[in-house]
Design a protein around this ligand. Structure first.
Ligand SMILES: NC(=O)c1ccc[n+]([C@@H]2O[C@H](COP(=O)([O-])OP(=O)(O)OC[C@H]3O[C@@H](n4cnc5c(N)ncnc54)[C@H](OP(=O)(O)O)[C@@H]3O)[C@@H](O)[C@H]2O)c1
Length: 252
């Protein structure tokens, strides 16, 4: 049986790193992709069968080099987890910083499309491909101050749904995972540009937000079901988050 290769973008931290760990445990050879080499190296060192590739999903040349690298590996690229992404800023549309919006579109939306386009021939060739798109509950609900992120994640949702239609008849599943509140080390910190107090406030009083491992488990479940089973969209929230605006917080 050929080696089953899983490519995880944004694997240097948070959900991507946890997903790489979980897929490694499930028997995939994981190719961990992100821009920070040292973080990828540390991750790969703790895994059974994994390698890393430094790539920027916003760069055509970088993603072309990734595809070329994958071609050279001995195995079948069966799984692509488009996880690289994130949010910057919490301004209203009126006060939007267009550079932040540009970044969010470049990484979340165009990054996902760029990597997907480049890897589609390999996924097709495997005969049992799966593309996971790490969208968000922000992909179908908007909130004040979240315009740039929700617009980008809505676009990712549209890409996932379009892709599923367009790939009909080909051996490639398209799975969209929509996490609600996940406490990861970097997501909120990056959103508030290093302001630890604002980042901590996102999770304040929430007994148990989701953690990266919870989402990694979801990715692995959807990707290891029999190949004819396509989980179109999985919405995952912590128990404390009944809806986007309904978060149970307890303060001492
Ligand atoms: N945390 C949440 O509450 C939450 C909820 C719903 C959805 N999500 C989504 O889940 C995904 C992961 O989030 P997270 O919480 O794990 O955040 P995170 O820890 O900040 O991870 C983001 C990852 O994306 C990578 N990345 C950023 N820009 C990149 C680029 N240009 N090229 C390649 N990689 C890039 C980062 O690595 P480098 O900096 O090393 O490149 C990092 O590994 C994101 O798509 C996010 O929108 C998160």
């Amino acid at each position: 049986m050929p080696t089953r290769i899983a490519v995880v973008t944004g694997a240097s931290s948070g959900i991507g790193a946890a997903t790489a760990r979980r897929l490694d445990a499930a028997g995939f050879h994981v190719v961990a992709v992100a821009r920070r080499a040292e973080k990828l190296d540390a991750l790969v060192a703790e895994l059974k069968t994994a390698s890393s590739f430094v790539a920027d999903v916003t760069s055509d040349a970088s993603v072309a080099a990734l595809a070329e690298h994958l071609e050279s590996l001995d195995g079948e690229v069966e799984l692509l987890v488009n996880n690289a992404g994130g949010a910057i800023g919490a301004e209203t549309v009126e006060d939007a910083d267009l550079a932040d919006w540009q970044w969010m579109f470049d990484v979340n939306v165009l990054g996902t499309i760029r990597v997907t386009k480049a890897l589609l021939p390999l996924l097709d060739r495997s005969g049992r491909g799966t593309i996971v798109i790490m969208s968000s509950t922000a992909g179908f609900v908007v909130y004040e101050g979240g315009g740039g992120y929700t617009a980008a994640k809505h676009a990712e949702t549209a890409v996932a749904e379009t892709l599923r239609l367009e790939l009909s008849g080909r051996p490639i599943r398209v799975v969209e995972i929509c996490p609600g509140m996940v406490r990861t080390d970097e997501f909120a910190l990056k959103r508030y540009e290093g302001d630890a107090e604002k980042a901590a406030a996102v999770y304040a009083g929430v007994a148990e937000p989701l953690v990266a491992e919870d989402i990694a488990e979801c990715v692995t479940w959807t990707a290891t079901l029999p190949h004819h089973v396509n989980i179109d969209r999985l919405v995952v929230r912590p128990l404390a988050q009944a809806a986007q605006h309904k978060v149970h917080r307890v303060f001492e």
